[in-house]
Design a protein around this ligand. Sequence first.
Ligand code: TRP
Length: 338
Amino acid sequence: MAAFTPRVFSGIQPSGGLTLGNYLGAMKRFVTMQDEGKFETVYCMVDLHAITVWQDPAALTRATRELCAGFIAAGIDPSKSILFNQSQVAEHAQLAWIFNCVARMGWMQRMTQWKDKAGKNSQNASLGLFAYPALMAADILVYHATHVPVGEDQKQHLELTRDIAIKFNNDFGVDFFPETEPVIEGAATRVMSLRDGSKKMSKSDPSDMSRINLTDDADTIAQKIRKARTDPEALPSEVDGLDERPEARNLVNIYAALSETTPEAVLADHGGSQFSAFKPALADLAVDKLAPISTEMSRLMEDPAEIDRILAQGAAQAREIAAPVLKKTYEIVGMVGA
Ligand code: TRP
């Protein structure tokens, strides 16, 4: 294997509405990886992925800027990380086409996200939705990224990314694309709905009370936590006591993630407490950590030109890495003029 620069790539779709789940499950980890200094960090608003299902154009524009504001408010620093939107770096789509010709129909058909999203009416799904994982492989491999932090639900796409890299290297007899390592989030950062501890917190849940939005103000955050569904028991003092208590587990996990400690440590402090005491403590903590993010997001959103300037600058930096990788890929494939 050739030596590759340790480089992190990850992407979030600008399809509207950032939640506490995006923050704890993705952005907060992205910030840690940025600040650790062990990797170059590249973070992308994947607008080309978003349009694999219908997006209203004005809403897409707004969601992309809001996602950028969210990244920055959460602590991504454009002078430390490359922060950009996918469509501004044409190399993603260009490499994706090459990968469309490497990946096999059978591989794509096995993707559970395709099966879930296309549903029964797959004949009416977009061709882009089917090819989605090849574009995702291109996102990652056009930077020769070595590490990709994602949720459990993206694991299969990362395996496909490795399969594409291996097949490309084999087909052309090169050692060009790295075999990327997934960095899967732990269960403690999987944030569940505040109304149903067995469902993931989601921006598309019909009940706004089921989630904390990164744009919620302090009162709304506190109210949603006070009203979160729980059971009547006190908190246990050991994590084993959270088995079969998904709502209790979720609130303990959220507390642990926000205070950067473990569920064990939270229960060492709060074991034996009733929810009537634990919820106000969690609400205070959540307001303390999240209200500054929502304030900073609104401030940034007042100046879209500044956001666009940051994104354009990020795209230029991204292209510096992506362009030579694409050029070399074209050469390997045998394209004249590459
Ligand atoms: N498919 C990812 C998701 O829905 C988003 C994504 C697109 C991504 N390209 C990526 C994540 C590259 C990591 C790396 O969450």
